[in-house]
Write a protein that binds this ligand. Structure first.
Ligand SMILES: [Zn+2]
Length: 286
């Protein structure tokens, strides 16, 4: 099949934001690594039996070299991943995807409902800079929201919940932050790759984003458009009883701290996560 050209949106650009976690690389569980590109985490899942691996998410704009050097160091220079899996298509999760696909010539997978945002058909809504929540929200008009176009390099995740090329993992639909948002779960050790269904840093404070102080919160506010769905998604993830969670933003969280704070988030989502006001907020008055 003829490979189609790929392009970023016209508003694609480097975002000058960083955190003390930036550049960190860690093995966090068996055959599971994460790397922080500026303010967002990408994950590497490997299958020791087949000696194969997949990449989950593609970092901030202009982070391709950072991701490529990690991959070469850990898997060897002639060992491309079998696939790139996207939790969703926001700019900070697809920032290097075109360079990576060009370099490795590998397929990209995403949920069917995320496809319009990955094939140039539909832009994400504008970030809501008026939402309750301080400096990062105020910065958010800088953030690219135009659809990228991956053409026929992007494919739908299999309907049966399996993760392409990676045994032992399954994907879970966790909409709300975006319509086709997914999280990935490994039953064996209850490892969870959350994406932005919840985060462990309070994004409404620039100070917290810089220091990545651990604090569980709902999805990033300025880009979340369906808060009821987001709440249901957090319920769904809590019900999986994860032992370890790597979120798209912030530090990994595990054990009792994870289970307690996730329960808290589910029961008090309205106060912890849902902003008091904003374009995409329709809070019922109690
Ligand atoms: Zn996002």
């Amino acid at each position: 099949m003829e490979k189609e050209n790929m392009s970023y949106g016209n508003d694609y650009k480097y975002i000058p934001a960083t955190s003390i976690g930036s550049g960190a690389e860690h093995q966090i569980a068996a055959h599971l690594y994460y790397q922080t590109t500026q303010i967002v985490n990408v994950c590497y899942l490997s299958d020791p039996e087949k000696n194969e691996w997949v990449l989950v998410d593609a970092g901030m704009p202009k982070s391709a070299d950072h991701i490529l050097s990690f991959a070469e160091e850990h898997f060897g220079s002639n060992r491309p991943p079998r696939a790139i899996i996207l939790t969703h298509g926001h700019f900070d999760h697809v920032g290097a995807v075109i360079e990576l696909v060009n370099h490795w010539d590998v397929p990209v997978y995403a949920h069917p409902l995320e496809m319009p945002f990955l094939t140039g058909e539909q832009n994400y809504p504008e970030p809501d800079s008026t939402v309750e929540g301080g400096l990062i929200a105020k910065m958010s008009p800088l953030f690219p929201n135009e659809s990228i176009n991956l053409g026929n390099h992007v494919h739908e995740l299999p309907k049966d919940g399996t993760v392409p090329e990676m045994n032992g993992w399954r994907w879970v639909h966790t909409p709300g932050h975006t319509p086709g948002h997914v999280s990935l779960f490994r039953e064996e050790d209850r490892s969870l790759i959350v994406g932005d269904a919840f985060v462990t840093v309070k994004q409404d404070s620039l100070y917290n984003v810089l220091t990545q102080e651990l604090e569980i919160n709902g999805p990033p506010r300025y880009l979340t458009t369906d808060w009821e769905a987001a709440w249901d998604s957090v319920r769904k993830l809590e019900a999986l009883k994860p032992a370890l969670a790597i979120t798209g933003h912030g530090s990994p969280i595990s054990g009792n701290v994870l289970s307690n704070s996730l329960q808290q988030l589910v029961s008090d989502f309205e106060n912890i996560a849902i902003p008091d006001y904003g374009k995409y907020v329709h809070k019922k008055k109690h």
